[in-house]
Design a binder for this molecule. Sequence first.
Ligand code: CIZ
Ligand code: SF4
Length: 304
Amino acid sequence: MSNGNLVERIQSLKKERNAVLLVHNYQRGEVQDVGDFVGDSLGLSQEAARTDAGVIVFCGVHFMAETAKLLNPDKTVLVPDPNAGCPMANMLTVRELIEKKKEHPGAAVICYVNSTAAVKAESDICCTSANAPTIMASIPEDREIIFVPDKHLGRWAAEQLGRKNVILWDGFCPTHQRILPEEIDIRKEQHPGAPVVVHPECTEETLAAADHVGSTSGILKFCRQSDAKEFIIGTEIGILHRLRKENPGKTFYPVTEIANCPNMKLNTLQKLVWCLEDMAFAIDVPEDIADKARQTIEKMLERS
Ligand code: CIZ
Ligand code: SF4
């Protein structure tokens, strides 16, 4: 089937199934274009809670669909490819977290949204890349913090606050690690004056070479509001589609084309058709984990 036919089929299946299609900012352009909402993981899950669709199809990676299920327990949540996971989320098991907590009794655990539901259930509060410093600041200054799983986001948030008592788990995003300061220097020479805008999942050296650091929603907002005409973007390259679509008068250059998350790209139009036809693959979270993990997310929502 051609892309046009696949899109038509998706539109008609969506109506038939009373489904809403949530698409992450890092998805393929053609998948973003069929989405009812395109955004970050938390914004999308909140959007899902507002619609009266009974079925949520989440085009992103596994933890995002889990988050949508946690916030919408009565809805069916489907993913087009069950293999689309997040290597960073898989860098920490719940057993390892329990061990770490034993080493630091009394510490508060902050988990990045890029974590499994089981890890969220063992954490005190969740955060996203959009609110990590705010959530960290909500923990009393004299209380130790264990930040999991992203060492880069945890370090950056602690630096923003000048906070020293943060223990970092050694997790990272393999895709954002590929965005190197040397390549930023090359791009800056090619496009002098273009602001360099990067995601806090990047390394310390890369953040130091940037003009602005933000989550995907933060990057979109910065580029929308800036008077600059050219931008150098240091995050997963899927976001370039949306940046270009929403800012036709501006030009966007990736720091590197290899910042391409293979998991995010597993979702395709064809798999979306199959997903809606077969009503598969459904995401479920065991009830005991779901209740605790939901509280961790709700606490974040109250504080941000
Ligand atoms: O929470 C999200 O959607 C992620 C993983 C990144 C971001 O910055 O939006
Ligand atoms: Fe995980 Fe990085 Fe891919 Fe996001 S871009 S899903 S953090 S591996």
